[in-house]
Design a protein around this ligand. Structure first.
Ligand SMILES: [Zn+2]
Length: 401
């Protein structure tokens, strides 16, 4: 510390000169200050002092920057992808920017979720921590952005990618159905320690019903079954249920009747069948498999953890009949080409709410959390919430491999 550091000069001359750490800090502050002004987050007066957030950034930049590799030119501040907003920009570029902003938002909100989930004493702790690093670095080579993803179910960044993949994979089969219907199957709510076993029994029961019908009638039933689970904080119970899209009302009805025989305590009215009238109703199947927030907009990390533990190693989507399975993992999604971004070689690092080029202070997406997102995050991070259950792992006869 205290040694002088070579760092790109931010003055008008295109030269590199030796700056003291305080000058480095000052230059970074100016870069970020300009960025903030550009995004209209903070309106600076002439005497504005750096906020904590800015000071963090300065610290971060100072000790992680690699000055030797810094380009021998003044950093350009505003020619970023996000800031190329001109009235004549192409629709494609607009779309790319929107896509990156949406990804930044999911990463921002996931940060709040993970912050709470990593406070728990849970077997999933390592996986939760892993999500901090999901897409935290984006490498740009030319017009290709490459990143690595955590592939976890609670990660909203991964879920966006996964949902798109599942929709692409399943929609052609669902659209090709003659008479698609939406079938919901439920059981009475269960306690935390019964949840994993309850889901396994439900899956086995469903499989038996379909297999029995197919072997007796020699007719295939085509469909996709999705497992969902929600938490009820009032009764401190879990509500595992299936949503299915099945080709043919008659088959859906047979499954419903058999389900009621297997679960006589389930209410008939809850086992709902309705026609899928359009693509929108088919897309209902691809909603997130659990509600992260309760109806009162509260987040219960310990109970969400229970659901994630119960679903660990299990498929959420299970096709049957002539429908081919689509892999729920997104491991293979890594490099994405964006035809409209400027050719460049860069490393973008996540900081607070965007990916930043530490050498120049540029931001990749230009995402700034809006008020709704900030409110959502503060509800997630609310500290005075009673934890309804202790965090014991549920019973598991067949631990996932
Ligand atoms: Zn992820």
């Amino acid at each position: 510390m205290g040694k002088n550091t070579t760092y790109p000069n931010i003055s008008k001359e295109n030269s590199t000169k030796t700056l003291s750490n305080s000058q480095v800090a000052e230059s970074q502050f100016i870069i970020l200050k300009n960025y903030k002004i550009q995004n209209e987050i903070i309106k600076y007066g002439d005497n504005t002092q750096p906020t904590n957030q800015l000071q963090n950034f300065i610290f971060h930049s100072k000790f992680n920057a690699t000055p030797q590799e810094a380009p021998n030119q003044a950093p350009y501040l505003f020619n970023t992808l996000a800031q190329l907003a001109t009235p004549c920009e192409s629709d494609e570029l607009q779309k790319t920017k929107e896509q990156l902003k949406k990804r930044a938002r999911t990463k921002y909100v996931t940060g709040a979720l993970i912050h709470e989930l990593t406070k728990l004493d849970t077997p999933l702790i390592k996986s939760y921590r892993n999500s901090y690093y999901c897409a935290s670095v984006i490498e740009q080579h030319g017009q290709t952005l490459t990143s690595t993803y955590c592939n976890n179910r609670w990660c909203l960044t991964c879920n966006r990618i996964r949902t798109a993949k599942l929709i692409n994979g399943y929609m052609p089969s669902l659209k090709a159905m003659h008479r698609p219907v939406f079938l919901t199957l439920t059981i009475p709510n269960v306690k935390a320690d019964e949840l994993r076993q309850a889901i396994e029994t439900m899956s086995a029961t469903f499989r038996t019903i379909v297999h029995r019908f197919v072997s007796r009638s020699k007719t295939k039933i085509d469909g996709v079954r999705k497992t969902e689970c929600t938490y009820n904080p009032v009764t401190d119970t879990y509500h595992p249920h299936f949503h299915c899209i099945i080709d043919g009302w008659i088959y859906a009805n047979i499954i419903r009747e058999e389900w009621l025989k297997a679960y006589p305590q389930a209410t008939k009215v809850a086992q709902d069948i309705r026609p899928c009238k359009d693509d929108k109703s088919l897309l209902e199947l691809f909603k997130y498999f659990t509600k992260l927030m309760t109806n009162k907009d509260e987040f219960y990390p310990a109970n969400m953890d229970m659901i994630f533990q119960a679903m660990r190693g299990k498929r959420v989507y299970q096709p049957f009949g002539n429908i081919h399975p689509v892999k729920e993992d997104i491991d293979e999604v890594q490099a994405e080409e964006y035809k409209d971004i400027a050719n460049d070689d860069k490393i973008w690092q996540w900081f607070e709410n965007d990916w930043i080029d530490k050498e120049t202070g540029e931001c990749l997406s230009g995402y700034v959390p809006d008020e709704t997102t900030e409110q959502l995050c503060s509800r997630i991070e609310k500290q005075d919430r009673p934890s309804a259950t202790t965090n014991q792992p549920p019973q598991d006869k067949h631990p996932p491999t």
